[in-house]
Design a protein around this ligand. Structure first.
Ligand SMILES: NC(=O)c1ccc[n+]([C@@H]2O[C@H](COP(=O)([O-])OP(=O)(O)OC[C@H]3O[C@@H](n4cnc5c(N)ncnc54)[C@H](OP(=O)(O)O)[C@@H]3O)[C@@H](O)[C@H]2O)c1
Length: 301
């Protein structure tokens, strides 16, 4: 083939495990970075994917607890709550010239990464997918799509194109976006109202959009105003139309984390939203109340 990449995947969970398996299946060398227990499972059994969209398959991957050798790219696919601890597995010297590609939801992590690694190699990605790590090395991909936007204004364009092409050839739709802020805020604008209200009320989207319509509408409008102030897109009517098109039983991953007693990405989503509102002087009373209520119910561990 001749175009094989070496890709590290920090946090081979729902997103990382799926991408690691797809890239490996496409012929790339994949090194998963995880704790020792997960690494042992991955070395022994590979990553098993169940996906109506990509097929059911098992992919061999390498696994280590730390990045120790040059790679072309390191995908960061841990949750926000684990980001700081997990980055200890990726020393800046080992990363060197490699792209660092975070797939986290939220808008603040790129600055964290740029402070720690070569800023002109940090290429934030946004992924639209529903994929769950049901056990170490076992991934269930439920959505009939997986779409990735890759950005990073300071990153050499050819490096972004090469990675996007490799990902697209492996299965997920992938494109390079010129405007990182727009890409991150487009996702945030859709995600924040949906995640915050489904989690706050412990109800699926179908109930939130009917029983809490006014609050949803207000939160969508506040989020759009904050996004606009930050340089992102703002189309509240479109967001509501998209929510209305989802199956009524749809749950957010924040809601699933709350149900399972796992830490929430509340600060990365709700906290970041409020900090952006504060910075730009945008009123966000509904967001502030909902985030406050959630923080009381789910204090950080
Ligand atoms: N899942 C989705 O469908 C989806 C969609 C869009 C965006 N996102 C975003 O993508 C990000 C990742 O979400 P996810 O659902 O893929 O999370 P996840 O399934 O919980 O996977 C996170 C992975 O990180 C690993 N991890 C935790 N601490 C670590 C550490 N210190 N060192 C190395 N690995 C560590 C976990 O390891 P173990 O397996 O050993 O526990 C797990 O495999 C989040 O920001 C989320 O909001 C997710």
């Amino acid at each position: 083939m001749g175009n094989e990449l070496t890709v590290a995947v920090l946090g081979p969970g729902g997103v990382g495990g799926l991408l690691a398996a797809l890239l490996s299946r496409a012929g790339h060398r994949v090194i998963c970075l995880s704790g020792e227990e997960t690494a042992e499972v991955l070395r022994a059994d590979g990553i098993r994917v169940r996906s109506a969209h990509f097929g059911d398959f098992t992919a061999r991957v390498e696994a280590d607890t730390q990045l120790r050798e040059p790679v072309d790219a390191c995908l960061v696919t841990v949750k926000h709550t684990a980001l700081d601890t997990a980055l200890a597995r990726v020393p800046a010297e080992a990363l060197a010239d490699a792209l660092l590609v975070p797939f986290l939801n939220g808008v603040e992590h790129p600055a964290v990464l740029r402070a720690r690694y070569r800023p002109d190699r940090v290429a934030p990605a946004v992924i639209r997918v529903e994929s769950t790590r049901v056990a170490p090395g076992m991934i269930e991909h439920a959505s009939p799509f997986a779409e990735i936007d890759l950005a990073g204004a300071e990153v050499p364009r050819t490096r972004l194109d090469t990675l996007a092409e490799a990902i697209a050839a492996a299965g997920p739709a992938a494109r390079v976006q010129d405007d990182e802020t727009a890409a991150l805020w487009a996702k945030m604008s859709f995600l924040a109202p949906f995640a915050l209200l489904t989690t706050r009320y412990g109800l699926p989207l179908g109930d939130v959009r009917t029983r809490h319509r006014d609050e949803l509408t207000a939160l969508v409008e506040e989020t759009a105003a904050i996004s606009r102030a930050c340089g992102g897109p703002a189309d509240p009517a479109q967001a509501l139309t998209r929510y209305d098109a989802f199956p009524p039983a749809t749950k957010s991953s924040m809601q699933r984390d709350a149900e399972a007693g796992r830490p929430l990405e509340l600060d990365a989503i709700g906290g970041a939203l409020l900090r952006a509102a504060e910075r730009h002087g945008v009123a966000a009373p509904v967001a502030a109340r909902v985030v406050g209520e959630l923080a009381k119910e789910h204090p950080p561990t």
